[in-house]
Design a protein around this ligand. Structure first.
Ligand code: 5AD
Ligand code: SF4
Length: 448
């Protein structure tokens, strides 16, 4: 569509960010241009998340704000993409009259057609899920940078009882290893120095010939200066081969995100997580003993149906036992049509809030202790951007995914530096640049 400008806003997980880049690519090929300002937009798209009610409410209120722009520009086409489109379908068109098109995660190829019709005043909806669509042939449209999210599989077959993802994103399917590797080779040539391979459960990656560790190793082989990360691993099927690969390759980052969700076997069973705490702890033991210095993070849900005080204490216990570097912590949010929906929502909100706060406070104190231990040590840091708080500082990350802030200097985004840490809080390390990597190695050796 010539001369039409698209504005895209993305909510939710990194998979949605990656999907927005696929959508951008499809629209770019159809002649659309892009704008960062809603005021200039002919098309306004929101890529949405359904994981918790709160995420949906944010989008609904944002769509309310879109009304103002539409009243100034009645020709503007408004579209809802992603998980909310899949979950709420035509309800979105009926309830929010300003929405013109609703497109689920497996139907993005139809967007150009639906938008064309919408300009002629036709409302449109496409929400079929597919067993095969993986957009393998589409090169996502990315702005240049250092770090890229690369979706390697879609969907989820795990059916954790609290989770809406298997319903909004459908069945698991993987891209081919060759296409993922080709895409990342091109990213490296464009200056990207870090990729995160994405899937709801990457351990189930399979392209017919290769499993996830094969993929990870092939990506790591592209160049030693390319950092490789991945998320998310499910504790049930994280293989020894995968753990070995992380340990053996310097440029596969020593960081594993391993959602535990709860410390109680009873709750884990109700969640259909298919592992016990004993299994989880053995896996953590294997990871920490095989990968020296590995950092671990997790996801935790407070207040799942029937969760007792004892179950909650068990969650606090597992946090203390593992000593995660970081965690994403949530109050349970009932999602319609999931199995847990039928279990009720019997933990009162104030109890959920109190438990969540206890979890957050405990985790924060552990993160702080772990981060304080880095003071005086030097780390290889990949420079990502100037600091959000001050132009005279840069931000980068360690191999273990810790954010480091250090003064600006004669180096560029994309460089690897050795940074010595002088202070830390629970979220951030603060350091001085010791040397550009490979310069005065002797000095680092003496300081270390
Ligand atoms: N309520 C609260 N948290 C949830 N998550 C997924 N579904 C829900 C829900 N209904 C959390 C899980 C998951 C993370 C991505 O979001 O912890 O690992
Ligand atoms: Fe949801 Fe469980 Fe699949 Fe993660 S593994 S996306 S929590 S169903």
């Amino acid at each position: 569509m010539k001369n039409k400008k698209v504005y895209i806003e993305t909510y939710g997980c990194q998979m949605n960010l990656a999907d927005s880049e696929v959508v951008s690519s499809l629209l770019h090929d159809d002649g659309y241009e892009f704008t960062r300002s809603l005021r200039d937009a002919d098309v306004a798209l929101v890529n949405t998340c359904s994981i918790r009610d709160h995420a949906e409410q944010r989008v609904i209120s944002r769509l309310g704000e879109f009304k103002r722009y539409k009243s100034n520009n009645p020709e503007m086409v408004i579209g809802v993409l992603g998980c909310m489109a899949e979950r709420l379908r035509s309800k979105l068109l009926d309830q929010l009259r300003l929405v013109d098109i609703v497109v689920g995660p497996d139907e993005y190829r139809k967007l150009p057609g639906l938008l064309g019709a919408a300009f002629d005043g036709e409302k449109g909806i496409a929400v079929k899920l597919s067993k095969v669509e993986n957009y393998d042939d589409i090169i996502p449209l990315r702005t240049d940078g250092v770090s890229a999210w690369v979706s390697v599989m879609r969907g989820c077959d795990k059916f954790c009882t609290f989770c809406v993802v298997p319903y909004t994103r459908g069945r698991e399917r993987s891209r081919t290893l060759h296409s993922v590797v080709r895409e990342i080779e091109q990213l490296f040539d464009r200056g990207f120095r870090e990729v995160t391979l994405l899937g709801q459960n990457v351990n189930s990656y399979r392209d017919g010939e290769h499993d996830f560790s094969d993929l990870l190793m092939s990506v790591a082989h592209i160049d030693p200066k390319l950092r490789v990360r991945f998320t998310t691993s499910h504790p049930q099927d994280m293989s020894d081969k995968l753990i070995r690969a992380i340990a053996d390759y310097d440029n596969i980052c020593s960081y594993v995100h391993l959602p535990v969700q709860s410390g109680s076997d009873y709750i884990l069973e109700l969640m259909n997580r298919t592992y016990t705490i004993d299994h989880y702890m053995k896996l953590v033991g294997k990871i920490t003993s095989t990968i020296p210095g590995v950092a671990l993070s997790t996801d935790i849900i407070a207040g799942f149906p029937t969760e007792t005080e004892e179950d909650h204490q068990a969650t606090l216990e597992i946090i203390k036992e593992v000593r995660f570097d970081g965690a994403f912590m949530f109050k349970y949010s009932p999602r319609e049509n999931t199995k847990a929906w039928n279990m009720g929502d019997d933990v009162p909100d104030e109890v959920k809030t109190r438990r969540l706060n206890e979890i957050i406070n405990l985790q924060r104190s552990i993160s702080l202790e772990i981060n304080k231990q880095t003071i005086g040590k030097s780390f290889e840091v990949l420079v990502e951007r100037t600091s959000k708080k001050s132009d005279s500082y840069f931000m980068g990350r360690t191999d273990t995914n810790k954010t480091v802030i250090f003064p600006e200097g004669d180096y560029n985004v994309g460089d690897y530096l050795n940074v010595k840490i002088y202070d830390a809080n629970s979220a951030t390390l603060f350091g001085h640049v010791v040397t550009r990597q490979g310069w005065v190695d002797v000095r680092i050796a003496v300081e270390a």
